[in-house]
Design a protein around this ligand. Structure first.
Ligand SMILES: Nc1nc2c(ncn2[C@@H]2O[C@H](COP(=O)(O)OP(=O)(O)OP(=O)(O)O)[C@@H](O)[C@H]2O)c(=O)[nH]1
Ligand SMILES: [Zn+2]
Length: 187
């Protein structure tokens, strides 16, 4: 959380920026916008930490795959959103993790000013460190508004990044099984 002085300064900078572009910052629709935007940045740039609640895997030793996990981020180059869905998979060794923590992990690392490759690697490393599983795979598919609204204007282009660790990297059969599980039921 920002202290009140820092928040007031951030809001003032935003008012100045809007003025530079000729906006009447006292009109009804804009008067509270700097406050709202700074609050959004506070929430988005400083993500909420979470606990990696884990459980004994009992006898389960197959891969766990979570698909279509939505995430939102802000491109560090243009300050424009990029967003998409991720697949997070792991093969437990001793522990399994609470399912919501997979999505939380991706959400946490997507927050802030980012590039897609960094989110992919950070999500995978975090799972690897927290669980020491036999393998981890993170695959992100995203649309970058900096490539759609501006610049190259490649509407609808998607970028896929992946990070695979352990058994997913070393064993073709394991990797094949992951790909087949991911594609199941997809249109
Ligand atoms: N590798 C990577 N590049 C990204 C990501 N998000 C945006 N970029 C790219 O960062 C690059 C910044 O390039 P610059 O040439 O400095 O910026 P620019 O003149 O605005 O580039 P254009 O977008 O091509 O108009 C662009 O090619 C963006 O597409 C990302 O998540 N990963
Ligand atoms: Zn960008």
């Amino acid at each position: 959380m920002l202290d009140p002085h820092a928040r007031a300064a951030a809001e003032e900078h935003l008012r100045e920026l809007l003025k530079v572009f000729g906006h009447d910052i006292d009109r009804e629709g804009l008067v509270d916008t700097p406050r709202r935007y700074v609050r959004f940045l506070e929430q988005f740039l400083v993500p909420e930490e979470f606990d990696f609640t884990s459980f004994s895997k009992e006898n389960y030793d197959q891969m766990i795959v979570q698909r279509d996990v939505p995430f939102y981020s802000i491109c560090e180059h243009h300050l424009v959103p990029f967003f998409g869905v991720g697949t997070i998979a792991y093969i437990p060794d001793r522990r399994i993790v609470g399912l919501s923590k997979l999505a939380r992990c991706l959400r946490f690392h997507a927050a802030g000013l980012q590039n897609q490759e960094r989110i992919t690697m950070a999500t995978a490393s975090r799972l690897q460190e927290a669980l020491e599983p036999k393998g981890v795979a993170v695959i992100l598919q995203a649309r970058h508004l900096c490539m759609e609204m501006r610049g190259i204007k490649a509407y609808g282009a998607t970028t896929i990044t992946s990070e695979v660790i352990g058994a997913f990297r070393d064993q073709n059969r394991t990797r094949g099984e992951l790909l087949s599980l991911i594609s199941q039921g997809q249109k």
